[in-house]
Design a protein around this ligand. Structure first.
Ligand code: PLP
Length: 339
């Protein structure tokens, strides 16, 4: 089976498993898991921020951050296709009692002027705008990257209006791989950053929230309240350390595989459009959306799995557990399929 549904389907490599088994552990709720502490210190240093907090999922790190930034009745500005809005179970509203203002273009970009225009006036009729959340790379828009100059312009707007600025950086390392910006540039620009270890970096479980000591003091409390305080999590943190040391540079291989998939899809008569492939995600639309189920089942019969994103969009993601040869085989199968 060539599983292209997501970069979350990877299994730990032998090297990662060996690191997990060898990890010294302790009770992380009590603060004494040495491997968790090491991962958090290493990540904080990499991003040049005061602290990092290891959590079970990227949904949790995002939802904790939103909860720390906002009070009930506040409003969050984000892209209309943002994971925090589309894929987190209504958590912004359910967990934090905040409302949402949607901005952004279909290719995943957000400009400072539209953020500024979406900020409510200081008027008792209006929800209090409190937080701007960006996503890089943007998942639903095909793994597209934000320009750092746009991020800086948005940062100016949030400073001027005293708003928080959060980054859903589930795949930030994929974005970093294709720009000359560093983790520290991001650490210096955002008030909070969520990164996933369980996506392209290949860990079985885990995400990190990054920010100032004051922010993380609150975040630790919210993590416990959300049920995310965990015990001998060093087994999983060891996978995270291994991934940061061994799986970052190889992300460019995934990007090459995704480009190859994108080029192949662009040649198929049943494909209407392939979104520009910038990183490891390929999003495409079908010429005849009614054929979606037939395509998914037809490819499944031949050993290829992909995922529907709704609204006629389909997604394939390149990752650690799929080789270039398998991508070539997938392309041969897709070229031969009849719908
Ligand atoms: C995967 C993902 C997350 C977090 O998802 P979890 O499955 O909860 O770890 C957050 N944001 C984006 C953009 C993602 O793709």
């Amino acid at each position: 089976m060539i599983d292209l549904r997501s970069d979350t389907v990877t299994r730990p490599t032998p090297g990662m498993l060996a690191a997990m088994v060898a990890a010294p552990v302790g009770d992380d709720v009590l603060g004494d898991d040495p491997t968790v502490n090491r991962l958090q210190e290493q990540a904080a240093d990499l991003f040049g921020v005061e602290q990092a907090l290891f959590c079970p999922s990227g949904t949790m790190t995002n939802q904790i951050a939103i909860n720390v930034h906002t009070r009930p009745g506040d409003e969050v500005i984000c892209h209309s296709q943002a994971h925090i809005y589309v894929y987190e179970g209504g958590g912004i509203m359910a967990n934090s009692g905040a409302s949402v203002r949607l901005v952004g273009s279909p290719d995943g970009l957000v400009e400072a002027a539209e953020v500024a225009a979406a900020i409510n006036p200081d008027d008792p009729h209006a929800a209090r705008t409190r937080l701007v959340a960006l996503e890089n790379t943007n998942n639903r828009c095909g793994g597209t990257c934000l320009e750092f100059s746009s991020i800086e312009a948005i940062r100016d707007v949030t400073r001027q209006h005293k708003l928080g600025l959060h980054l859903d950086g589930a795949r930030l390392f994929n974005a970093l791989a294709v720009t000359d910006r560093t983790p520290r540039d991001y650490g210096a620009t955002f008030d909070s950053i969520s990164i996933c270890l369980s996506k392209g970096l290949g860990c079985p479980v885990g995400s990190l929230l990054l920010g100032s000591g004051d922010f993380m003091h609150e975040a630790r409390r919210v993590r416990k309240r959300f049920g995310g305080g965990w015990r001998q999590a060093g087994l999983l943190a060891a996978a995270g350390i291994y991934a940061l040391e061994n799986h970052v540079e190889r992300l460019l291989e995934d990007h090459a595989k995704a480009r190859s998939l994108g080029n192949c899809l662009a040649e198929q008569s049943w494909v209407e459009r392939v979104a520009p492939v910038q990183t490891n995600i390929v999003v495409f639309t079908l010429a005849d959306p009614a054929l979606e189920t037939a395509l998914i089942n037809g490819l499944l019969d031949k050993g290829i799995r992909l995922i529907s994103m709704g609204q006629g969009k389909l997604r394939m993601v390149a990752h650690l557990d799929v080789s270039m040869q398998e991508i070539e085989r997938a392309c041969d199968i897709m070229s031969a399929i009849t719908l």
